[in-house]
Design a protein around this ligand. Structure first.
Ligand code: FMN
Length: 349
């Protein structure tokens, strides 16, 4: 099946504009969501051994998740879950709807198995996301909701902007991610700085701690941070018991030829793998297993997923790999884990 995807379907899809293809695919799978026969077929094709584990107090059937950005408007959680994922992260969702950057804003660096995007948090906003989730959940697996800042919101007002979105979305997520690392929103990455980060998370944590159900909060970080910045983020995570997601896309183009150097946006996929793994390793070293860490960046198969667990990730997520390897990649990773007898830690903070 995955051979068919790579030799046939991918060849056809890659002839068209990446964003048009993505939207069309998501719409068509989304519309299959309520057809039980379609759900059963996809579930059957994707079935694999379970690897049950608990991370951040949440029980997962396996540790392979869908990364944020794939389903920004929470359109297809039920059918995406049927692809065998242990969890889904939906969004990025901003408080108010916004159209994002002008198109074209999504590019395949095909010969390098990379993707460059400068989408700019195009999404229908938190209210619309909540309406969709109310209708479409439960998805059958835990769902994380990834929140970002509106582009027209000044940095000083970011804490309120995130908090309002968190409040609207709170009933629907099993965990929440504050995305401070997209390179496509001006100044967003400034939120990694210690004082800015504290000002961002404290109101969010006050809200969570005042709620009846206390749900885990994650911060998604960039792979382009210096050691001093990483240390500060890790200290904040330890102090407030925050989970970390390492990493978002990179603005570096070190391993790409000239052609791609001038293409603005965040780079993901294979060219991101090493950089993302370095960041993951540093973060798990700094936090020493005391906070949950999700590894993401450049997973294409079983070995690249297992590498992240060995570097200390409790869970992993995938995005670009799905585009290049096809929807059965999750099953392939789980099969590899079964075949090699590798089992991620069953219990993590
Ligand atoms: C087209 C595209 C859109 C993305 N949008 C988001 C987003 O909205 N929020 C976010 O936190 N990450 C976003 N990401 C980053 C991914 O979640 C992930 O962190 C990154 O792509 C590295 O993983 P990968 O190499 O498996 O793709 C996006 C990635 C891509 C390729």
């Amino acid at each position: 099946m995955s051979f068919l995807y790579k030799k046939l379907l991918r060849e056809i899809l890659f002839e068209f504009d990446p964003e048009t293809v993505h939207n069309a695919m998501l719409k068509s799978v989304g519309s299959l969501q309520n057809i039980s026969a379609a759900n059963r077929v996809i579930e059957f094709l994707s079935r694999a051994k379970d690897f049950p584990l608990t991370v951040a107090g949440i029980a997962f059937k396996n540790p392979i998740g869908l990364a944020a950005g794939f389903d920004k408007n929470c359109e297809a959680p039920r059918i995406l879950a049927k692809l065998g994922f242990g969890f889904l992260e939906l969004g990025t969702i901003t408080l108010r709807p916004q159209s994002g950057n002008p198109r074209p804003r999504l590019f395949r660096a095909r010969e390098h198995k990379g993707i460059i995007n400068r989408m700019g948090f195009n999404n229908a906003g938190a209210y619309e996301a909540a309406r969709k989730l109310e209708r479409l959940l439960p998805a059958g697996v835990p769902v994380g909701l990834n929140i970002g800042k509106n582009a027209d919101c000044p940095l000083d007002d970011a804490p309120k902007n995130y908090l309002e979105a968190l409040k609207l979305l709170y009933p629907f997520g099993d965990y929440f991610t504050l995305n401070i690392s997209s390179p496509n929103t001006l100044q967003l990455r400034e939120l990694h700085r210690k004082e800015r980060l504290a000002r961002l998370i404290e109101p969010a944590l006050d809200f969570i701690n005042g709620s009846a159900a206390k749900k885990p909060l994650f911060i998604k970080i960039a792979p382009d941070l210096g050691d001093a910045e990483l240390t500060e983020v890790a200290e904040t995570a330890l102090k407030h018991n925050l989970g970390l997601i390492a990493t978002n896309t990179t603005v570096k183009r070190d391993h790409l030829p000239e052609l791609w150097r001038s293409c603005e946006g965040g780079l993901s996929g294979l060219p991101l793998r090493d950089l993302s793994n370095e960041t993951l390793k540093k973060v798990t070293g700094l936090t020493a297993g005391r906070v949950p860490v999700i590894g993401v960046g450049g997973i294409f198969d079983g070995p690249s997923a297992v590498e992240k667990f060995r570097l200390g990730a409790g869970l992993v997520q995938v995005y670009s790999g799905l585009i290049y390897e096809g929807p059965l990649m999750v099953k392939a990773i789980l099969k590899y884990m079964e075949k090699t007898g590798f089992s991620p830690a069953k219990e993590r903070v």
